[in-house]
Write a protein that binds this ligand. Structure first.
Ligand code: ASP
Length: 269
C-alpha cells in the first residue's frame, strides 16, 4: 500500500451508539482542517478530541459520566511520535481535559492527578466546568444501560503521528479511580511507526499493556487490520468492552466488540 498524505481517525468510545457517528465525523473533519492549516500533529489530535469532549453524547468533558458519589473526575492523555507525552488523571472541574494534558507535555512532568491537576489547569487559565454544566446524554442511566466510553483520535499528518484520549471513566466507579487512559502504553501510544488509541474496560486494557503491544506489532510490519484482529481476541466480549483505532503510514483500522461510533478521513499522496 502507498504512503498516505494524511490519515486521521476518531472514536466515541466502546459502547457509544453507531447513530452518534456524525459526532465522530465532525471531530475528524476538525482534525483534518487542522492538518491542512499546518498545525502540529499533537495540536491536531487535541483539537479533534476537544470537539468530542464538547459533545455531551460522549463520556468525556461535558458528557462525563458520574462516579459512585455523583462527582465527575476525568482522565486524558496525548502522545506524539517525537516522544512527547502528557496526561491528567482524576481531574475535576475542567471543560477540556485534553488541553490540560497537552499543557502537561510542556512541563517537566508526565502525569498530574486530582486537585493538583485542577490547580495546574486553573493557574494556566483553562476553561472551568462546574458540576451543573455536566449533561451526559449518551446513555439512559435509568435503564441501567452499561457505560464505559472514552473519546479518542489518532493521526498521521504525512510526517508524524499522535494519539489522544479523554474520558469520564467508568460510570459508578469510586472517586479516585484511574483507568488506562493516562497510563502510557496502556490506553494509547505513538511512535515513528504509528499511533494507537484504545477504549473499553480500563483495568483490562492496562493489564494487557494494550497500546504498546499493538504499537510493537505495527512496528514489526503487521498491517493495521491484522493488529486489530489479534488485539480484539485479548478481550472477552461479554466481560470487557473493547475498541481500538490505529494508524500507520499507509493504512488504518478501527473496530470494537460492542457498538462504537468512529470515523476516518484520509487522502492519497
Ligand atoms: N477506558 C476507559 C476507562 O476505563 C473507559 C472507556 O474507554 O470506555 O476509563
Amino acid at each position: 500500500m502507498a504512503e498516505k498524505k494524511y490519515i486521521l481517525l476518531t472514536h466515541g468510545g466502546a459502547g457509544s451508539k453507531n447513530e452518534y457517528q456524525d459526532g465522530a465525523r465532525r471531530a475528524a473533519d476538525v482534525g483534518v482542517e487542522s492538518i491542512k492549516s499546518g498545525a502540529s500533529v499533537m495540536d491536531v489530535v487535541c483539537r479533534a478530541v476537544a470537539v468530542l469532549e464538547d459533545d455531551s453524547r460522549f463520556n468525556a468533558g461535558v458528557g462525563s459520566h458520574p462516579r459512585a458519589d455523583g462527582s465527575v473526575e476525568m482522565d486524558a492523555a496525548v502522545m506524539d511520535s517525537s516522544g512527547h507525552f502528557g496526561a491528567v488523571a482524576a481531574i475535576p472541574g475542567v471543560k477540556n481535559p485534553i488541553h490540560v494534558a497537552h499543557a502537561v507535555t510542556r512541563t517537566e512532568y508526565k502525569v498530574l492527578a486530582g486537585q493538583g491537576a485542577a490547580q495546574f489547569a486553573k493557574k494556566a487559565g483553562f476553561q472551568p466546568l462546574a458540576a451543573g454544566q455536566v449533561t451526559a446524554r449518551g446513555v439512559d442511566f435509568s435503564t441501567g444501560e452499561s457505560s464505559t466510553d472514552t473519546v479518542g483520535c489518532v493521526a498521521f499528518d504525512g510526517k508524524n503521528f499522535a494519539a489522544g484520549l479523554s474520558t469520564g471513566g467508568i460510570r459508578g466507579a469510586i472517586p479516585g479511580r484511574v483507568g488506562d487512559v493516562p497510563l502510557i502504553g496502556c490506553g494509547l501510544y505513538a511512535g515513528p511507526a504509528g499511533a494507537v488509541a484504545a477504549t473499553g474496560n480500563g483495568e483490562t486494557i492496562a493489564m494487557h499493556l494494550t497500546a504498546i503491544r499493538a504499537y510493537q506489532m505495527i512496528e514489526r510490519g503487521d498491517a493495521p487490520e491484522k493488529v486489530l484482529e489479534e488485539v480484539l481476541h485479548w478481550f472477552h466480549p461479554v466481560d470487557d468492552a473493547f475498541g481500538l483505532i490505529l494508524v500507520n503510514r499507509d493504512g488504518y483500522a478501527g473496530g470494537c466488540n460492542r457498538t462504537m461510533a468512529w470515523s476516518v478521513v484520509w487522502e492519497e499522496k
